[in-house]
Design a protein around this ligand. Sequence first.
Ligand code: FES
Length: 110
Amino acid sequence: MNETETILQIRRGTNPAETQYQDFQLRYEEGISVLDALMRLRREQDSSLAFRYACISANVCKECVILVDGEKEYACTTRLRPGRMVLEPLPGKGLLRDLVTDTVPPREKL
Ligand code: FES
């Protein structure tokens, strides 16, 4: 790996009890977002990769929040870095698939 590559280590699957990661290697481009990289991965490498977004950038919809290297971040505003980045779904929410979690607050009651 060098300064022209990024490895995205992405948690996959639908079972929250089963920790399973998949590495994706892609060309590093300065200035692109993690969301841009995820869209490129889905288009070019794995069409089954699940992640959520609605506004693409600007922190408007807040649907792209995931853990990036253990920190809650907006995938659309977090810049891709060369090297390894670990992407995981938000903790404490129902896991739907890969990086997608339930949007219903965990303690919401009717
Ligand atoms: S895609 Fe809407 S805030 Fe990131």
